[in-house]
Design a binder for this molecule. Structure first.
Ligand SMILES: Nc1nc2c(ncn2[C@@H]2O[C@H](COP(=O)(O)OP(=O)(O)O)[C@@H](O)[C@H]2O)c(=O)[nH]1
Ligand SMILES: [Mg+2]
Length: 188
C-alpha cells in the first residue's frame, strides 16, 4: 500500500467537489444545489492494481478538495506541503478561468515545487454547455501539461481512467526515484 497526497484545485464552481466525490464514491453533496467547500475536505480512498514501475500496488489516495475561494489563502502553505500531485479543474465557460488557473499553478510550482508529470488538468463540462474543443485554451505556462476533457453526464469513465493512469505515472516516478536513491547509497 502506498499513500499519496493529491490536491484538487481551481476556480470556484468548476466541479472540483463533484469530481472528488465521484472519484472517492462519496455521495454527500453530490447532487443538486451548489454547496461551496469550506476551506478543504480530505477524502480517502484506494485505487487497486496500480502499476508502479515493475510492481502492481494498491494506492491509498488522500484527495484534498480545496476551496477555490481566496479567503482561505492563509491555509495554502499547509495544503501544498508534501503533496505528490495536483489536479487542476476548470470550467471553460467561466470568465477569467485562465487567470485563476495560472495563479494556482504558479503557487503550486513555487511552493510545492511540482513538476509537469505531477500535474493533471480536467477541462470540465457541465450539462448545457456548448463548448467547442480548442476554443478554451490553457494559459501558455500550462499548455504542455496533460489536459483531459471531462464530464460526469456520461458514465464518468474518462475521469476515472485518466485519474488512475495519472496515479500510476506518479507512483512509477516515485518508485524510480527511490530506486535511484537506494542505488546511490549502495554505490557510495
Ligand atoms: N449535472 C452535473 N452537474 C455538475 C457537474 N459538475 C459540477 N456540477 C454542478 O456544478 C456546481 C458546482 O460544482 P462543485 O463540484 O461544487 O464545484 P467546486 O466549487 O469546484 O467544488 C454544483 O451544483 C454541481 O452539482 C457535472 O458533471 N454534471
Ligand atoms: Mg468545492
Amino acid at each position: 500500500m502506498i499513500k499519496t497526497k493529491i490536491l484538487i484545485v481551481g476556480p470556484c464552481q468548476a466541479g472540483k467537489s463533484t469530481i472528488a466525490n465521484f472519484l472517492s464514491d462519496a455521495t454527500e453533496g453530490s447532487q443538486g444545489d451548489y454547496n461551496p467547500t469550506q476551506g478543504i475536505r480530505i477524502l480517502e480512498f484506494e485505487v487497486n492494481n496500480v502499476l508502479a514501475g515493475s510492481r502492481t500496488v494498491t494506492a491509498e489516495v488522500e484527495l484534498w478538495d480545496v476551496s477555490g475561494d481566496h479567503k482561505y489563502e492563509a491555509c495554502w502553505p499547509a495544503i501544498a506541503k508534501d503533496t505528490a500531485g495536483v489536479v487542476f479543474v476548470f470550467s471553460p465557460d467561466m470568465a477569467n478561468y485562465d487567470k485563476e488557473l495560472e495563479e494556482w499553478y504558479d503557487y503550486m510550482e513555487r511552493t510545492a515545487y511540482i513538476k509537469d508529470i505531477q500535474c493533471l488538468i480536467f477541462r470540465h463540462h457541465r450539462p448545457g454547455q456548448n463548448i467547442v474543443a480548442g476554443q478554451s485554451p490553457l494559459p501558455s505556462s500550462m499548455s504542455r501539461l496533460h489536459c483531459v476533457d471531462t464530464s460526469l453526464d456520461d458514465d464518468g469513465s474518462t475521469i476515472r481512467e485518466s485519474f488512475d493512469s495519472y496515479i500510476s505515472t506518479l507512483l512509477t516516478a516515485m518508485a524510480d526515484k527511490s530506486e535511484k536513491e537506494e542505488l546511490s547509497i549502495l554505490q557510495s
